[in-house]
Write a protein that binds this ligand. Structure first.
Ligand SMILES: Cc1ncc(COP(=O)(O)O)c(C=O)c1O
Length: 529
């Protein structure tokens, strides 16, 4: 008898058990376009329409033939995949192409320099590290200037060409020096002590409530979801979160993070203390549309408030385009809709064409630190395979005068129209439909007080969205998930290949789900438990 050996579950078994409670632990054996295939009981392939689409990483769907052909070509040509510390013309071409597209969309010709990594979170950490390096280097320059002023003042006072008035000692909280004390030394030492205290304050990153920027040690501290973030709070970067559309919260952060450095100067034979502004704010991070936070578009008005905040704090705006970029919202950048230009951009997900793992962090020339290139690297980053595949993805988006973007707009509008239609018919079940292009969210009303026991229980244990996902999969062969931090919102992020027939299938399935929720038919909705 040819029986398969039972393999103990060692690959995240807890997660697997959780998935199985909603019937989501199915194995997919093949993928093409917007379809994943799973094996049925008799070994037959069952097609599943995939609206989760690699968490928004498949702008051209699974295994697009042109991308696969390019990959085959690269392998057949024995392209050296890993040749670190050598010339990488393909990486340069990728950076140049990203620049060309961004310049077209933002209308600015200032170049951006590229740093390569392997995942979205890694790309964000590149941005955080670069911003901190820039902050520290700018601060060092300020300290050099202050120290040069201090030397000049010390010499002038020692030479008897300037005196230190009482107001200066009062400002420093020190008693007037007694005879025999070195006035210049006392003054300069106290200024240095105060400035060093200020300098030692840790940098602060500002991010938005409901934002998601990854789960590595630094990036998770900028991901608002408490359950991901707080267990590791002691390890990573310091962050402050502000709610969207609350400009007063921005003003509060500015006020609280603002401080001064003291610089001594001599004017008309008298020593004065000049206050120099010092912020601890290192960078502002945002997603043009919050993906894992429930597909929530940032408003144009608040984007302008953020721009003003960053100018005032003299910190870079880091635009996380990991999910919204690469054409998903109908333009290459999700931020184009906002009229907001980033000092940094981070791309990942669809950049890899569904078969490579790649991220790129771009930094505007005016803020770029070439020193960073010797401080940050990764074995797999900038490999030829992912750069060539990313170039192919950009080619495909740009082909025929930007057909990829037009498709995202047009297919997105058709999908959104259908979702809005359901919301109109089920306002008691569907709270809101949000998003742009092919980045859409469908939020259900909270069922925590539902009459039906199963629905109420699912909502109270934050599993409601997963139960709906299980139903869609088992009753309709449609795959999607709730967003990671807003579990009442289902995500719809298919590829630009989405057909009318695929939209119709989803409509049929969602209408079924909404009718079951309206009827409080938990027994028919909850298929697995
Ligand atoms: C906006 C955003 N930033 C960062 C990340 C993290 O990317 P990765 O999962 O590749 O680390 C994600 C992933 O979903 C994301 O949506």
């Amino acid at each position: 008898m040819n029986s398969e050996p039972v393999v103990r579950e060692l690959a995240e078994p807890h997660l697997r058990r959780l998935l199985s409670t909603a019937g989501l632990d199915v194995e997919y054996v093949r993928a093409s376009g917007n379809t994943l295939y799973r094996k049925g009981a008799n070994g037959e392939e069952i097609p599943v329409l995939d609206y989760a689409a690699g968490y928004g990483a498949l702008i051209f769907g699974h295994n697009h033939p042109d991308i696969v052909a390019r990959a085959r070509e690269l392998l057949d040509e024995q392209t050296p995949v890993l040749a670190q510390f050598s010339s990488h013309p393909y990486a340069n071409r990728l950076a140049a192409e990203l620049n060309r597209i961004i310049q077209r969309e933002t209308g600015s010709d200032e170049p951006y320099y590229a740093t390569f990594a392997n995942s979205g979170a890694e790309g964000i950490e590149v941005a955080l590290k670069h911003a901190e390096l820039d902050r520290v280097m700018r601060l060092s320059k300020v300290f050099e200037e202050i120290e040069a002023s201090a030397r000049r003042v010390r010499e002038t006072v020692r030479a008897g060409a300037a005196t230190v008035p009482d107001t200066v000692w009062t400002r420093l909280g020190l008693p007037r020096p007694t005879a025999g004390q070195d006035v210049a030394d006392l003054l300069i030492a106290e200024i240095a002590r105060r400035n060093q205290l200020r300098r030692a304050k840790p940098p602060v990153f500002v991010a938005l409530k409901a934002g998601f920027h990854g789960k590595l040690m630094g990036s998770v501290q900028l991901t608002h979801n408490e359950s991901y973030r707080t267990p590791f709070a002691a390890l990573g970067a310091q962050a402050r979160f502000v709610p969207c559309d609350h400009p007063e919260a921005l003003k509060e952060v500015l006020q609280e993070e603002r401080g001064t450095l003291l610089e001594p100067a001599v004017q008309d034979g008298t020593v004065r203390l000049v206050e120099r502004d010092h912020h601890t704010i290192c960078a502002f991070l945002l997603e043009p549309i919050q993906g894992e936070g429930g597909i929530r578009p940032l408003s144009v008005e608040f984007a302008q408030e953020i721009k003003a905040f960053a100018e005032e704090a003299d910190c870079p705006v880091v635009i996380d385009e990991i999910q919204s970029g690469l054409g998903r919202t109908g333009t290459f950048l999700g931020a184009t809709r906002l009229g907001l230009r980033g000092d940094y951009y981070v791309f990942a997900k669809s950049l890899g064409g569904g078969i490579a793992k790649a991220s790129v962090t771009l930094v505007r020339e005016g803020r770029y630190r070439p020193e960073f290139e010797l401080l940050h690297s990764s074995t797999f980053a900038k490999d030829s395979f992912s750069c060539h595949i990313a170039l192919k993805v950009l080619d495909m988006l740009e082909a025929d005068g930007g057909r990829g973007y037009r498709l995202a707009q047009e297919r997105g509008a058709a999908l959104a129209g259908m979702l809005h239609g359901i919301r109109t018919d089920f306002p008691d079940v569907v709270k809101e439909v949000r998003g742009h292009g092919l980045m859409l969210g469908f939020e259900f009303h909270d069922q925590s007080d539902a009459a039906d026991d199963r629905l109420r229980e699912a909502a109270r244990s934050s599993l409601f969205g997963y139960v709906i996902a299980g139903h869609l999969l088992h009753a309709h062969n449609i795959r999607t998930f709730p967003t990671a931090s807003a579990v009442h919102t289902l995500r719809f992020e298919p590829s630009v290949l989405l057909t009318d027939e695929e939209i119709d299938r989803l409509e049929h399935a969602l209408r079924d789900v909404c009718a079951l929720v309206r009827d409080q038919a938990g027994d028919r909705l909850v298929l697995v438990s």
